[in-house]
Design a binder for this molecule. Sequence first.
Ligand code: NAP
Length: 260
Amino acid sequence: MTGADRPLKYVLVTGAAQRIGAVIARTLAAQGYGVVIHYRRSATAAKALQAELLAAGGRAVLCDADLADPAEAETLIDRAAIALGEPLYALINNASLFEFDRAGTVSRGSLEQHFRTNLMAPVLLARQLVEQLPQGVTGAIVNLLDQKLANPNPDFFSYSLSRYALAGATTLMAQEFAGRCRVNAVAPGITLPSAGQSEAEFQSVAAYNLLGRVSSPEHVAAAVGMLLNSPAINGQCIWVDGGQRFMDQRRDVMFLGGQA
Ligand SMILES: NC(=O)c1ccc[n+]([C@@H]2O[C@H](COP(=O)([O-])OP(=O)(O)OC[C@H]3O[C@@H](n4cnc5c(N)ncnc54)[C@H](OP(=O)(O)O)[C@@H]3O)[C@@H](O)[C@H]2O)c1
């Protein structure tokens, strides 16, 4: 079946302008999905990605929102459906805040920002997605998590707590929405340099997993696409980490250069 023959379905990818989100958007567009590219600050990259998907014969629209603002999160699905002129069938909760703190330095502001962006927004978006699904359509949601959940260390405390909460929400929403929408998760291992990590620092630790191979954004996106296209899978988490979660890491992997 060529791209043009495929029945188009419509998916919102949050934080899709760059990095892993952009690769997920490209991967789903290549599978025939019409894509809403959500962005916050990366307008230029979002527009470039939209132009790329349109040039390849796909359907792509843009929607911006600050997901740390619940009022903006609560209207994003409606705005995305209006921009598309179609209801959405699927949601990829990829956008995230990843800032350093530890239990000993945590602030109310850090907790609040991580929970607003990484938990409250995905959950509000999920509720709205389900509310607007057309009759007879089973929707699908994929939440991006982190291998850190199975391999904990005290770094990035607020971020990690928000990820534990979203993992729990994945299970609860899979139960609540059963029959109307499947809810699954993908938990990447270290995939791209983060939080000021240099390329050299990233390369020194990126293959620190059981396979001894670097996971790529394309590996993550393939798992997202598989979950969207698997009608019998609900409440599942796919770990795309080469087995990093089985390594005993006392610090976040970005601090293990030379030791990994
Ligand atoms: N990178 C890794 O190695 C890795 C490892 C484990 C898990 N993950 C997970 O995989 C996903 C993608 O990772 P990534 O590294 O590609 O993500 P990222 O670059 O850290 O963030 C993706 C996007 O999230 C958006 N975002 C952040 N705060 C936002 C807010 N308040 N409102 C709206 N958008 C906001 C930003 O959009 P704008 O640029 O438009 O502002 C950003 O480009 C994340 O959920 C992450 O936790 C990644």
